[in-house]
Design a protein around this ligand. Structure first.
Ligand code: ADP
Ligand code: MG
Length: 141
């Protein structure tokens, strides 16, 4: 487990890029934290380092995006879900297939999401400061 503080979006992206360097298809990364804490910024930095060149924005009107970078990269946002049902899981499952998958608002997916390799938790700590906790399921990251 590591706890860090960043002072700009660029710093958060750089931190995410370092984490992403250790990821491979099949890995799930949950990114939790309140609105505006920088979850999408973190995912953007990770996507860039995984070779994704298209715009990385919150998947507000769809469940998720799947990008082609150096590997396939999925980005899901479960904000609109109270609880993901097993039926809904059928729609989500393809995003996890052979991709590095980032999940914002993972709380709604408890019980159906595959186990996370990395759990990121972000919170505001004043103006442009964000405190970022990173828990890893194994020492590979
Ligand atoms: P979330 O997905 O958690 O709602 P976003 O990444 O969409 O958050 O938005 C975070 C906002 O906070 C952006 O406008 C970003 O520029 C700003 N910001 C300011 N400082 C930071 C920081 N240190 N890390 C990440 N984002 C920051
Ligand atoms: Mg977001």
């Amino acid at each position: 487990m590591a706890e860090t503080e960043t002072t700009s979006p660029a710093e958060t992206e750089a931190l995410a890029a370092r984490v992403a360097g250790k990821l491979r298809p099949g890995d799930v990364v949950t990114v939790a934290g309140e609105l505006g804490s920088g979850k999408t910024t973190f995912v953007r930095g990770a996507c860039r380092s995984l070779g994704v060149t298209s715009a990385v924005t919150s998947p507000t009107f769809t469940i998720g995006h799947r990008y082609e970078g150096d590997v396939a990269v999925s980005h899901l946002d479960l904000y609109r879900f109270a609880n993901v049902s097993h039926a809904e899981w059928g729609d989500l499952e393809p995003y996890f297939d052979d991709a590095v998958a980032f999940v914002e608002w993972p709380e709604a997916g408890v019980g159906v999401l595959p186990p996370a390799r990395v759990r990121v938790h972000m919170s505001h700590s004043g103006s442009d400061r964000r405190s970022i906790r990173i828990d890893c399921a194994d020492p590979r990251v």
